[in-house]
Design a protein around this ligand. Structure first.
Ligand code: MRU
Length: 343
C-alpha cells in the first residue's frame, strides 16, 4: 500500500484526507496555517502522533509566510502560531509537545540569523517525523512478547499508519506480529460517531492483508463473553503520570468489559504521548465536538429530530488500574505505574 499520511512537498503540507477514506484516496494541500488548523480540527489529519507532526510543519508554514527582521519579531510570530495551532484540538498532547519542540529550537538558536533559525525549524519538524517512524517500529518490536501465534486481537478507533507517520501504534504491533508469522486476526470496533475503526482501520488492515472482522461497538461485550478475544490493543492521546490514558470515546467501556472477562488490555503509545505534568486522567482536557457528527454523519437525513439534545465527547479516560501494560518506544511499562513511568 503506497500512501503518505503527511509530507512536506514544495513548501506545502500534503495530507491524505482521512474524511474521504475509504471511498476515495485524496490529498489536501495546505499552503496556509489556517488551512492546516482546519484540517486538524475537521479530522482530515487525525491520530495523536500524526497531528503532532502536522502541527510542527504548520509552524514552519507560519514562519515562512512572514519576513521578520529580528529574533524578537520571529519569537512573537512563533508564540502566536503556537497558541493558534494548539487551539485546533485539545486532548492529544502530541500536538503541543511538537509545537513546544519547534519553539525551543528557535529559542536555543536565538543568536543566529532569522533565516538560519527557520531552516533549523524545518529540520526539527522533519526530525519529529523521522523519530515518529522509528518509535512506531520500536513499539511494534517491544510488544511482541505479549502476542502469541493465532491470537485474536480487538482494537478500537484507528491507531495505525493513518494516525502516525510510521506503521502505527496498536496496529503497528499487529503488522509486526504478522511479519513474524504469528497469523494474528483482528476484530475492529466501528468507533461511533466518526467510524475511524470501520473506515480507517479496516481499510488499512485490508490493504495490508490482515484478517479483519468489523463489529458494531455494542457487540464487543458479546464477543468477549463468547471467548473470541485473546487481548485488546488500543492507542492513546495523552497518558498522565499515574498511567491513566485518554483515548477515543468508548475505550473506557472496552477496558471495563475486558477486566470483567479477564482479557488483557494494552495501551500502545510513544513517549510524546506522556504528559507527566498531569497527575491523573482527571486533569486531561476532553474535547467535545459538534452535535452534527452524531446526528448527521452517514445518513441521508438527520437520524434524530433536531430538537433532541446531543452530547458528543470525543475521548474518555482509561484508569490505569484497568491497563495490563503500556507499550512504549522505550520499554514495556507494567504496574505500579506511578513508579515505573517515572523510571
Ligand atoms: O479523534 P481521533 O480520530 O484523532 O482520535 C484518535 C485516537 O483516539 C487514537 O486512538 C489515538 O490518537 C492514538 S493514535 C496512534
Amino acid at each position: 500500500m503506497k500512501f503518505k499520511t503527511i509530507a512536506w512537498e514544495k513548501d506545502e503540507i500534503v495530507l491524505i484526507d482521512q474524511t474521504k477514506l475509504p471511498a476515495r484516496v485524496e490529498y489536501v494541500h495546505c499552503t496556509t496555517v489556517k488551512q492546516l488548523w482546519q484540517a486538524i480540527h475537521d479530522l482530515k489529519v487525525r491520530g495523536a502522533p500524526a497531528i503532532g507532526a502536522a502541527a510542527a510543519l504548520g509552524m514552519v508554514l507560519g514562519v515562512n509566510k512572514k519576513k521578520e527582521k529580528n529574533f524578537l519579531e520571529l519569537k512573537k510570530n512563533i508564540n502566536r502560531l503556537f497558541k493558534y495551532i494548539a487551539s485546533s484540538r485539545p486532548t492529544a498532547v502530541n500536538l503541543v509537545w511538537a509545537l513546544g519542540r519547534m519553539r525551543n529550537v528557535a529559542i536555543i538558536n536565538s543568536g543566529k540569523p532569522v533565516v538560519t533559525i527557520k531552516k533549523l525549524m524545518l529540520k526539527e519538524a522533519k526530525d519529529i517525523i523521522g523519530e515518529d517512524k522509528a518509535s512506531c517500529c520500536q513499539m511494534a518490536d517491544n510488544a511482541q512478547v505479549l502476542i502469541k501465534k493465532n491470537d485474536c486481537i480487538m482494537t478500537y478507533c484507528n491507531a495505525g499508519m493513518l494516525a502516525t507517520v510510521g506503521c502505527g501504534t496498536a496496529l503497528g504491533v499487529i503488522y509486526r506480529a504478522n511479519e513474524l508469522g504469528k497469523n494474528v486476526k483482528v476484530y475492529s470496533c466501528e468507533t461511533r460517531p466518526l467510524l475511524q475503526g470501520a473506515r480507517l482501520t479496516c481499510w488499512e488492515l485490508t490493504e495490508k492483508r490482515v484478517d479483519v472482522t468489523l463489529i458494531c461497538d455494542n457487540m464487543a461485550g458479546y464477543l468477549m463473553q463468547q471467548k473470541s478475544i485473546d487481548k485488546i490493543f488500543v492507542g492513546a492521546d495523552r497518558i498522565a503520570a499515574n498511567g491513566d490514558a485518554a483515548n477515543k470515546i468508548g475505550s473506557y467501556s472496552l477496558a471495563v468489559l475486558a477486566r470483567f472477562h479477564k482479557i488483557p488490555f494494552y495501551v500502545v503509545a510513544p513517549y510524546s504521548t506522556f504528559d507527566l505534568k498531569m497527575r491523573s486522567g482527571d486533569e486531561i482536557p476532553i474535547e467535545e465536538r459538534s452535535a452534527r457528527e452524531v446526528r448527521d454523519s452517514w445518513y441521508k437525513c438527520s437520524m434524530v429530530d433536531k430538537r433532541v439534545k446531543i452530547y458528543n465527547p470525543a475521548f474518555d479516560v482509561i484508569p490505569s488500574s484497568l491497563i495490563s501494560a503500556i507499550v512504549t518506544d522505550a520499554c514495556l511499562i507494567k504496574p505500579p505505574y506511578i513508579k515505573n513511568i517515572k523510571k
